[in-house]
Write a protein that binds this ligand. Structure first.
Ligand code: DX5
Ligand code: ZN
Length: 220
């Protein structure tokens, strides 16, 4: 009977009124605020950096769940910490020394996450489970909001949950990409704890209905 946490991704918000959007999802019951940082190098798209994270921090009262889709994230851990990130998630595909990166994130006082591209095996994190607070399974190829869920990732979420449970560490399984009322029930059964949802929240107002709909899959 896990409680599902919902982390709306502001990538699908209206950036011309970002402050209002953040307040609105908070009021609608969001648990975290998901912020997608992209560098045009690790992923094709370019989005936001520490300056905007800092601006979000001024408005948000819920934890900032910052997802770094950037090459060599080690260079920016301090900057995102200073900007107000509470959870910092990096891609093992983008860093040469994942253990060092995760250790540093925790040293800075943040929760450490590792996000795996769809094609990356769980082996990439097997020996760093002690350093992990969150294991994020990408259920689309990172880079854009509004893409469709890759069905074969369901099995990966299941295996990730199994690996986390066996480790004995309290690791949460976060899923990111194409999470919607249609995919949520299976994801919950597979063992997901945290739902990232961009288009399924920001493009489906009212936000409270959208968030509740994702969570309602819990009881099904
Ligand atoms: C994808 C991002 C996601 C994205 C999800 O690269 O990491 O967080 O915002 O968007 P939806 O929920 O629309 O698939
Ligand atoms: Zn993301």
């Amino acid at each position: 009977n896990r409680r599902i946490l919902v982390s709306p991704s502001i990538l699908s918000a209206d950036f011309s009124k970002l402050g209002d959007e953040i307040k609105a999802v908070e009021q609608a019951g969001a648990d975290f605020l998901h912020i997608d940082v992209m560098d045009g190098h690790f992923v094709p798209n370019i989005t936001i950096g520490p300056m905007i994270v800092e601006a979000c921090k001024k408005i948000a009262t819920i934890p900032l769940d910052v997802h770094l889709m950037i090459a060599e994230p080690d260079r920016y851990l301090e900057d995102f910490h200073a900007a107000g990130a509470n959870i910092l998630t990096v891609h093992p595909e983008a860093t040469h020394h994942l253990h060092r990166t995760l250790t540093r994130i925790r040293e800075l006082g943040m929760q450490a996450g590792a996000a795996l591209n769809p094609s990356t095996g769980l082996e990439a994190v097997r020996y760093v489970l002690a350093e992990l607070d969150i294991l994020m399974i990408m259920t689309v190829n990172p880079g854009f909001g509004g893409q469709s869920f890759i069905p074969t990732m369901l099995e990966k979420v299941r295996s990730a949950r199994e690996m986390a449970d066996k480790s004995g560490y309290p690791i949460r399984i976060e899923v990111d990409g194409g999470v919607a009322p249609s995919t949520a029930p299976d994801l919950i059964c597979a063992g997901a704890d945290i739902f990232v949802a961009g288009s399924a929240v920001f493009l489906r107002p009212p936000y409270s209905d959208a968030i509740n709909l994702l969570r309602s899959a819990e009881t099904q």
